[in-house]
Write a protein that binds this ligand. Structure first.
Ligand code: ADP
Ligand code: MG
Length: 458
């Protein structure tokens, strides 16, 4: 049976892509079969849930196709894998060499105690980033290396980076964690060069480092010498299988002025984005914040706040703090009217209703007379792959969805497939007027279909 199981997983590999297979399927192990019930284990809760939500159906279908038998499953989290694998280091033979330092590496002082996995609220907008961060924290330096987290300001990138640091420090106290903003990395580098202390700098980043966490890497774009140094740090750590996690305000290929060889390395591992959480997630974040700060606030007021603050999570939290501070000063409860008084009335939504990936698929399938199922399926001949690439391209342009999300909605394809599709269409369209016209027509159809009132800006 174990063979059938791994055959089935492998059978799905061409359809889901090698990366998806490696990240999400391979770690799921078959432990036991009882009749038609399969007992599986996953390395952690996130991987378990991710697998259940995204791939379990496909795996069961594949099994059924292969064995003509329906199975059900039970997935357990394998606790043995969440324990640190390495023994704690033994004392050095000559402690006199290290007089005042304690033996175990210290938690980097920059890590804020407020940013932990326990208080990071997950939703569709940050799920991939959060589960990848969790997995990297559980098994540093193995499958999610490097991990690149990108997204707009105030959406939780720094929070996840700190959370990884805390978790690794707590579970593997022997690991030397280096956390730095890219800006500080650059300043330290320049100072080291000026003061002739480059060796110390190199030792700190290339040798005395088991986990490197770099925040806001976009900062070093265009700074040639710093990029060059980071490139060497990256190579040294990567070769030694040390975990590298990097955040940025945009995806690797969109960082203007970043060296190509660095961009390519940052793309080697997993690239995950964070977006603005949906309404339910924003409500959950507010509830948590209110609880931690002991702010009394009713559910309808929380919902109202979550509805009017749509810029980012930092603003969302900030507005709760502002409202509660004013309320405390005036000694009044936080009511709907009070919120409106403090924050102003919610801006009228001038934006057209959002376009969904489903509507893009429908319109594109209709235009080319193919089925939506074909767009989501694996078939590769041009009559289908061209419309599929166009649908992916328009999904990216019009819906604001991330590459991984688009991949999932196109039958669980890997995000790199989506990135390639977008690049292909953009490049073909530069000299193929016909394609350009088709894409324009489809775009117009999608944007006017869903816009009820004409926008004053267009
Ligand atoms: P970024 O680095 O992306 O600019 P931060 O990580 O600094 O954003 O997040 C801004 C604030 O929002 C922090 O206080 C952080 O704790 C909070 N925050 C962001 N996302 C979440 C989330 N999903 N759950 C809980 N708090 C969040
Ligand atoms: Mg940040």
């Amino acid at each position: 049976m174990a063979d059938i199981w791994s055959d089935a997983l492998q059978g799905l590999q061409p359809r889901l892509g090698a990366q998806t297979y490696d990240l999400w399927l391979r770690p799921i192990a078959l432990r036991q079969v009882a009749g038609t019930r399969l007992h599986l284990t996953a390395p952690n809760r996130f991987m378990k849930e991710w697998f259940e939500n995204h791939y379990l159906g496909a795996v069961l279908d594949e099994l059924k196709a292969r064995t003509a038998q329906s199975y059900d499953v039970e997935i357990e989290v394998d606790a043995s894998e969440t324990r640190p694998a390495e023994p704690t280091p033994t004392k050095p033979a000559a402690p006199a060499i290290l007089p005042s330092r304690s033996l175990e590496p210290q938690l980097p002082p920059q890590l804020s105690g407020r940013y932990r996995f326990q208080n990071f609220i997950q939703g569709a907008a940050n799920e991939l980033a959060a589960s990848a961060a969790w997995a990297a924290a559980q098994e540093p330096g193995t499958r999610f290396n490097p991990l690149f987290i990108y997204g707009g300001v105030g959406l939780g990138k720094t929070h996840l980076l700190h959370a990884i640091g805390h978790h690794i420090h707590a579970t593997r106290p022997d690991q030397r964690i280096v956390y730095q903003s890219a800006e500080r990395f650059m300043n330290e580098f320049i100072a080291a060069v000026r003061q002739n202390q480059f060796d110390a700098f190199r030792t700190r980043y290339r040798e005395h480092c088991d986990v490197l966490l770099i925040d806001d890497i976009q900062f070093i774009a265009g700074r040639d010498r710093t990029m060059d140094e980071f490139f060497h740090v990256f190579n040294a750590l990567y070769e030694a299988e040390k975990q590298i996690v990097v955040t940025s305000d945009r995806m690797p290929s969109e960082m203007q002025g970043m060296e190509d060889r660095l961009i390519s390395r940052l793309n080697w591992g997993l690239v995950a984005d964070v977006k603005l959480p949906d309404l339910e997630t924003r409500v959950a974040i507010l509830r948590q914040k209110a609880e931690v700060d002991r702010i009394q606030i009713d559910d309808d007021v929380t919902l109202h706040l979550a509805n009017i603050v749509r810029s980012n999570v930092r603003e969302l939290e900030g507005s709760l703090v502002r409202v509660s501070t004013f309320a405390a000063l005036r000694r009044v409860p936080i009511s709907l009217d009070f919120v409106t008084e403090v924050l102003g009335a919610p801006a009228p939504t001038a934006q057209p209703p959002p376009i969904s990936i489903e509507s893009v698929q429908k319109v594109v399938a209709g235009h080319f007379s193919v089925r939506v199922a074909d767009l989501k399926g694996p078939r590769r001949h041009q009559g289908i792959s061209r419309p599929r690439m166009i649908a992916m391209y328009l999904s990216r342009q019009l819906t604001g969805a991330s590459f991984p999300e688009i991949g999932l909605r196109f039958g669980g394809k890997d995000h790199s497939t989506v990135i390639n599709a977008c690049k292909r269409i953009a490049s073909i369209a530069t000299d193929d007027g016909e394609l350009r016209a088709t894409v324009d027509t489809l775009r117009r159809q999608l944007t006017t279909d869903t816009t009820h009132a004409p926008s004053l800006l267009s």
